[in-house]
Design a protein around this ligand. Structure first.
Ligand SMILES: Cc1cc2nc3c(=O)[nH]c(=O)nc-3n(C[C@H](O)[C@H](O)[C@H](O)COP(=O)(O)OP(=O)(O)OC[C@H]3O[C@@H](n4cnc5c(N)ncnc54)[C@H](O)[C@@H]3O)c2cc1C
Length: 455
């Protein structure tokens, strides 16, 4: 935590230099305008209106395109890390020498050989039926690192965002926590006892500003107790100009969907949002394996512990991305050059004619993870999920071993690998802490201990 906080100003400054147009804070005597989200005791979040991620992404993509030293390759899917066992002479030191990746356009697997490799493949949100995470968040980097021999930690700490738009067409539109930070209230919908009234005060004295795990559990509780599809998030008591100025993207998007947030509440449900656990790294972004670094949501750097605070994750990406790059740069001469690497085994040339199995298995995993490994857990539910996952693993292994790899099959294999890591970790933790809540062990132990899985 201390490391990230001390590196944060420089990381934000670098983004500003790259062209991220952070909101100005002059009016308040600050350089940047600072916002506040659930669980924060102070305003401390620099932002670009209500679409910071998109603004940061646009600036980074432009900077990468403009840099002649960077080659961007699209339409490649990394399959596995190249380790010393793929070298022509096995050295057994676990060194990582790059990745095998599916070249989707050419329909073949290429080997990218490198002295140093950085995993930045994001989280594993797609393991769950409802998730705000992007389509590619299938835990590929975590699964690849685990297969190669890295420890993973705290995989049971899966964060659920309390307020995802409830809409049967649009399943992953997130309503920022800043809306509660700026005065939005959670209410029961009309037609049920207490309809139209706030309920968060019954769960936590901080009300809507309680940390997101508490808010997500409270919403989940009310939805299950009253048999609801959703609850309401209401900011319509604020002046319309305030709402439009603070939440321009949400206002416009919801207006398109027929909801005018200046006049009516938003139907919301919790959804998987962030993977706190991941590949264990040190302060230089180094994993357990020489030559392999990692940064961002794929990692467990120690920053998020059992519950990530809102808006800490982008910062973690920039601080650890920079730390890994600096370490590689300063140790470049000591990193050994890669040995000759065997090409990908192309003997599996049969195309599967049963793609439906991949789709079916994918849906099954996401469903049982949602039902049995979700916001409120029990040992029985976890064991049920483990049993299903073990059965599926046999099927997927067989499928993976027999047919030519496709992007969907690669993701399915990783999704299942990660689901099993989440379940194993959840079963190991005999207490409730942060994001892991189990009815069988509702107490929190005095000592916080990481759940570390060793391959
Ligand atoms: C809706 C939403 C809002 C959020 N808002 C905030 C916020 O306000 N503040 C904040 O701090 N955090 C926020 N977060 C969290 C934050 O956006 C993520 O934690 C962060 O973007 C993770 O960055 P990353 O680079 O680690 O991974 P990602 O941004 O997920 O990028 C991973 C990349 O790797 C690619 N990839 C994955 N697997 C493979 C493979 N096998 N081969 C090739 N490529 C692969 C993916 O396609 C993707 O391009 C939000 C998240 C969501 C979903």
């Amino acid at each position: 935590m201390e490391f990230v906080v001390s590196e944060a100003p420089a990381a934000i400054e670098r983004l500003a230099v790259l062209g991220v147009p952070f909101n100005d804070g002059e009016e308040f005597g600050e350089r940047w305008h600072l916002t506040r989200e659930g669980g924060h005791s102070h305003r401390r979040i620099v932002h670009v209106d209500d679409a910071t991620g998109a603004a940061v992404q646009a600036a980074l993509i432009k900077a990468a395109h403009d840099n002649p030293n960077i080659t961007l390759l699209e339409d490649f899917v990394a399959i596995d890390l190249i380790t010393s066992r793929h070298g022509e002479r096995y050295s057994g030191d676990g060194h990582v020498w790059g990745v095998y990746a599916l070249n989707r356009k050419a329909g073949r697997v290429d080997a990218f050989v490198a002295r140093a490799t950085i995993l930045a493949t994001g989280g594993a949100g797609r393991t769950y039926l409802f998730s705000t995470a992007p389509r590619g968040a299938t835990g590929d980097g975590i699964a690849m690192a685990w297969r190669a021999g890295c420890r993973v930690s705290n995989m049971e700490m899966m964060q659920f965002h309390p307020t995802c738009l409830y809409n049967l067409e649009v399943k992953n539109f997130l309503i920022t926590e800043a809306m509660r930070g700026e005065g939005g209230k959670l209410k029961l919908p009309p037609g049920v006892p207490g309809g139209g009234k706030r309920f968060m005060d019954r769960f936590d004295k901080r009300g809507e500003l309680a940390p997101r795990d508490i808010v997500a559990r409270a919403i989940d509780h009310e939805i299950k107790r009253l048999g609801l599809d959703y609850v309401h998030l209401d900011i319509s008591h604020k002046p319309p100009e305030f709402i439009k100025e603070h939440f321009p993207t949400i206002y416009a998007r919801l207006l398109d969907l027929g909801i005018d947030i200046t006049r009516e509440p938003i139907p919301v449900v919790p959804a998987q949002h962030y993977t706190c656990g991941g590949v264990v790294i040190d302060l230089n972004g180094r994993t357990d394996l020489p030559g392999l670094y990692a940064a961002g949501e794929v990692t467990e750097s120690g920053l998020h512990g059992a519950n990530r605070l809102a808006s800490n994750s982008l910062l973690e990406c920039f601080v650890f991305g920079e730390a890994a790059a600096n370490h590689i740069r300063s140790h470049w001469d000591t990193l050994p050059p890669p040995p000759p690497i065997r090409p990908w085994d192309e003997s599996r040339v049969t195309d599967s004619d049963e793609e439906v199995i991949v789709t079916h298995n994918w849906k099954e995993i996401r469903r049982f993870m949602w039902d049995y490994v979700g916001i409120v857990r029990t040992t029985k539910r976890l064991e049920r999920a483990q049993h299903r996952a073990d059965l599926l693993a046999q099927e997927v292994d067989e499928y993976y071993g027999n047919f030519r790899v496709t992007a969907d099959l690669i993701e399915l294999r990783n999704l299942l690998e990660v689901a099993r890591l989440i379940i194993r970790s959840a079963l190991k933790r005999k207490e409730s802490r942060g994001l892991h809540y189990t009815r069988d062990y509702p107490e929190t132990m005095p000592q916080a201990v990481d759940t570390v899985l060793v391959p």
